[in-house]
Design a protein around this ligand. Sequence first.
Ligand SMILES: Cc1cc2nc3c(=O)[nH]c(=O)nc-3n(C[C@H](O)[C@H](O)[C@H](O)COP(=O)(O)OP(=O)(O)OC[C@H]3O[C@@H](n4cnc5c(N)ncnc54)[C@H](O)[C@@H]3O)c2cc1C
Length: 502
Amino acid sequence: MNLSRKLLGQHLFEKLMKMTFYGQFVAGEDQEAIKPLIQRNRAFGVGSVLDYSVEEDLTPEEAERKEMDSCTSASEKETGGATQREKQYLAHRGFGDRRDRVISARTYFYADETKCDQHMEAFLRCIEASGGSSEDSFSAIKLTALGRPQFLMQFSEVLMKWRKFFHQMAAEQGKAGLAVMETRLEVKKLCPPQLCPMGISGANTSLCRCSTVDLLDWNSLIDSRTKLSKLLLIPNMKTGQLEPLLSHFTEEEDLQMKRMLQRMDVLATRALELGVRLMVDAEQTYFQPAISRLTLEMQRKFNMEKAVIFNTFQCYLKEAYDNVTMDVELSRREGWHFGAKLVRGAYMEQEHARAAQIGYEDPLNPTYEETNEMYQRCLDYVLEEIKYSQKVKVMVASHNEDTVKFTIRRMAELGIHPSENKVYFGQLLGMCDQITFPLGQAGYPVYKYVPYGPVNEVLPYLSRRALENRGFMKRAKRERELLWNEFKRRLITGSLFCNPSH
Ligand SMILES: Cc1cc2nc3c(=O)[nH]c(=O)nc-3n(C[C@H](O)[C@H](O)[C@H](O)COP(=O)(O)OP(=O)(O)OC[C@H]3O[C@@H](n4cnc5c(N)ncnc54)[C@H](O)[C@@H]3O)c2cc1C
């Protein structure tokens, strides 16, 4: 790409890209340019998840520097490191460039608060374009675009420590090894007064259940009077005391956290107003507990009437089933609508390498087969739930034909009709059309993730997609065979240039 840009000059290079990679994987430069494609897909029963795909073109060194700077707190910078913190939830220079070994996901690096505001504006325009394009559309967002990632890492660590604490208490009460939703702890034993998390902020005492799930109150999170850093407390398992994760937070850090939550709130509010559903993408495991938790808090607030906010569950995670069942159960108890996108997970190579090199337990399933089993288990659980509930929706986001067939079969067995609009399918634009379009024509709700953005700004993301396609040849081979068969069929029947909708 670099070479052809030099040889052809900017103008010709852009033209070439539009005729090849860009034209294949990206819908257009802006909201207006993508309309024809969206309408054409709609005519075949295929909806859109708009995904503004601009990515900064940073060198690996720049990316590393930005990451180290934005994932390290002021107190850690002062002391030169945090010994109390878990290695998994600290930034490591060797893995600072989060784009490394990640192909189909866009990556954001934190520059400053103004840049986050710009990302929010871009997402807002995307939501507005989705609202204008059809009545049942989605828009996708990434939380790492909306604030300083340091907060996501710290909050993830806090959540994981609370979860560990929960499991330790379960073991002490003789309940080790049970599935998470079957573990019922005796509250008195679990909740000595000094460990009641809500004692900290003096907030809602009804939340004082001391479970990892009911740790935070959304309203107090976005309330400008609350000091957010006070909520980043972890239980010390030896002393039974709550301790702050870091020695101190600056005023600026506190404000940065608040602004991130406020940006999410602005996006969700706009999506609700325009009837657009918001999909929050899943990211790396050291951010994901916080991303998932904050998304859940948005669901609690915005999914009272219908599923507006969709969380993403990565089934390559060992804990995927626990995550799905806990959230479904919580939605059931509290009466809000559960919306989920199920994926296998995009960061596998990076995650494996990071765990091995830094030295913590690998959070991912060890084999592809185990990931497949996990996907089916999670999907089956959600489909069973859908059978009995009007308040559950799922998107099966996969290019795997067997997964799609499995879903269709289970839907038929459970009596879930495609027209009920409770189970959606999702594939990326430019990939696996042989799955997407027949699904659409057969009346299944199916969506393309539709990236868009100016050629030059989408190129960094696109060049990684090009790499993906090198490793994607097995599936491409199948696509090529199918195209070749269709070409021959049309040649024989004399309908080479027929309109495919006929
Ligand atoms: C519409 C859409 C939205 C998406 N959104 C997200 C998102 O928000 N977050 C995200 O992380 N990903 C997302 N993805 C990407 C997704 O997670 C997968 O990386 C990608 O779709 C390939 O998985 P598959 O099910 O399509 O195909 P398959 O080829 O069947 O599965 C490949 C996947 O299986 C898993 N896998 C492969 N080998 C092993 C192994 N040895 N051990 C364990 N697991 C293994 C990996 O997750 C790998 O990506 C999205 C994909 C789509 C289509």
